[in-house]
Unconditional design. Structure first.
Length: 79
């Protein structure tokens, strides 16, 4: 999920509001499951993609946390 979301939101200009993230995902035609996850984002301003990924990563899911960390490392390496 994190890798796909990284691709979908890679062109989004940050900082971004929740509605902008949802609109970008809708533009890309994300799956209903991912759209549902994104609707759970708190209403706030996200400074960068890593903020979005962190907000979506369940604390109880080690697999999701590992995937998110890998995507975050890749994003930092691109800078």
């Amino acid at each position: 999920m994190a890798a796909l979301l990284g691709q979908v939101l890679s062109e989004l200009r940050y900082p971004a509001q929740r509605w902008q993230i949802l609109a970008e995902a809708e533009h890309w035609g994300v799956s209903p499951a991912l759209r549902f996850r994104l609707t759970g984002l708190p209403e706030r301003r996200y400074v960068e993609l890593s903020d979005v990924l962190t907000a979506l990563t369940p604390q109880s899911s080690p697999r999701a946390q590992t995937e998110t960390l890998a995507v975050l490392r890749e994003l930092r390496a691109r800078r």
